[in-house]
Design a protein around this ligand. Structure first.
Ligand code: SF4
Length: 429
């Protein structure tokens, strides 16, 4: 039986895409083996969100070839779509497959036979491309279900629209069906993923319609919404989550900057007042909801004054954690050619400052939740105990290791030290 191995870089969406490609290989009789072991084919699903992600992909491609000199190496994903020329020059890369071709590997590559030159199957994605359904969750207790792909926005720093194309959404009935299958396969939690899921639109259906159907028509015990742009996170969505059966009180809302001038430079579609208003509305409906924010530091034009405004703004907001990224120049973006870049060491020190602020926010959030009841899905065993997440995304530890609980939901009391006091099994949230 032929063998195939996979390596995925980047976001949850990419992991979901890899899941769909894995299914295709399995259906064709391939055995999936761990990356690094001998395999006939290796598929690397790349990311291109930063220069570092590109570098890592090149390194993984070389590693795949070294581990398997006779094996056939395919690179797909965002980096493959954006820079097929660069990838084709790497010794050992046999094929580069683009975004539109990712779910048609067996169609676009006639055989997996190594040749003198690299096969390139990358088409232009300026025209609309079909939605590629995907869900992942092989080795996880949480499954990622892709409901939307691509983006119609043009943020100055971002290459995703170039790499993944325009926004497109999955059929709502098919989403409900996939969620039912994931529940039947034993996943306690399903994370709805997409590039910009607030743009979800399928016929007359918008995001709120899909959320309502999933809550009503499936038996999935927990849903999470991966991330929604602040200008697309409506009161209706927040209010729905507050009263829903299975949607977790957890919102991830990209902020990127807390300074209006920089938000303008970034071509973001909101300003800080709108962001603060969204956070206030969530807090008024769900006082203990988790609220996460992405922030980019060192965007071109970001002076000390702009950065300080961002820091003070975040300090004033009741958010629970931050994901902080240093700005990375991406070829072909407006920001890469801005000409007033911030020095790398300044980006680094701003990152450090905001990560320290994130740790303070997480500690206060844990304090706020200490002594309260919640439920946890135990995800993995570690150091003689278990680790898992509460409904509002607090990572808790269970002191006793009981592997039969992995993937199960347990009722607990949240400890301020991050340790759970178990109250017994829970069948519903
Ligand atoms: S909303 Fe902006 S940052 Fe997010 S994927 Fe679209 S263009 Fe990129």
């Amino acid at each position: 039986m032929p063998t195939v191995s996979f390596y995925t870089l980047g976001c949850r969406l990419n992991f979901a895409d890899t899941g769909a490609v894995q299914d295709e290989f399995s259906e064709r009789g391939y055995t999936i083996v761990p990356f690094g072991q001998a395999s006939d084919v290796t598929v690397i699903n790349s990311c291109s969100v930063t220069e570092e992600a590109d570098r890592k992909c090149r390194q993984i491609a070389r590693r795949a070839h070294r581990a398997n000199p006779a094996g056939f190496v395919i690179v797909t994903g965002c980096y493959a779509q954006l820079r097929p020329d660069q990838l084709s020059e790497i010794d050992g890369v046999d094929a580069v497959v683009g975004t539109a071709e990712k779910f048609r590997i067996f169609e676009v590559l006639p055989s997996f036979t190594r040749g003198a030159t690299t096969q390139i199957a990358v088409s232009c994605i300026d025209e609309p491309i079909p939605f590629g359904p995907a869900a992942s969750g092989r080795e996880r207790t949480r499954a990622f279900l892709k409901i939307q792909d691509g983006c119609d926005y043009q943020c100055a720093f971002c290459t995703i629209p170039q790499a993944r194309g325009a926004s497109r959404s999955h059929d709502p009935s098919a989403i409900v069906e996939q969620a039912k299958q994931l529940a039947a396969a034993g996943f306690a939690e399903v994370v709805l993923s997409g590039v910009n899921i607030g743009l979800y639109q399928h016929g007359d259906y918008t995001l709120i319609d899909v959320l309502r159907r999933l809550d009503r028509e499936t038996s999935v015990q927990r849903f999470r919404i991966s991330s929604v742009e602040p200008n697309l996170l409506t009161d209706e969505i927040v209010d729905f989550v507050a009263g829903s059966r299975a949607f977790m009180r957890h919102f991830h809302i990209p902020l990127q900057s807390g300074d209006d001038e920089i938000l303008g430079r970034m071509r973001r579609r909101y300003r800080r007042d709108l962001y603060a208003d969204r956070v206030a509305h969530i807090r008024s409906r769900l006082p203990t909801a988790a609220i996460g924010a992405d922030v980019i530091v060192g965007h071109p034009g970001e002076s000390d004054k702009h950065f300080e405004a961002t820091r003070q703004f975040i300090r004033s907001l009741p958010v629970s954690y931050l994901h902080v990224f240093p700005f990375s120049e991406r070829r072909g973006t407006v920001a890469a050619n801005a000409g007033d870049g911030v020095a790398p060491e300044v980006r680094k020190s701003r990152c450090k400052a905001l990560r320290a602020l994130s740790a303070e926010k997480a500690a206060s959030f844990l304090q706020l939740n200490g002594g309260r009841r919640s439920t946890v899905v135990w995800e993995e065993g570690r150091d003689g105990g278990l680790l898992g997440y509460t409904e509002n995304f607090i990572r808790l530890r269970r002191a006793e290791l009981d592997e039969s609980l992995i993937g199960q939901i347990e009722r607990v009391v949240v400890g301020v030290d991050g340790v759970a006091t178990p109250l017994g099994a829970a069948t519903t949230v």
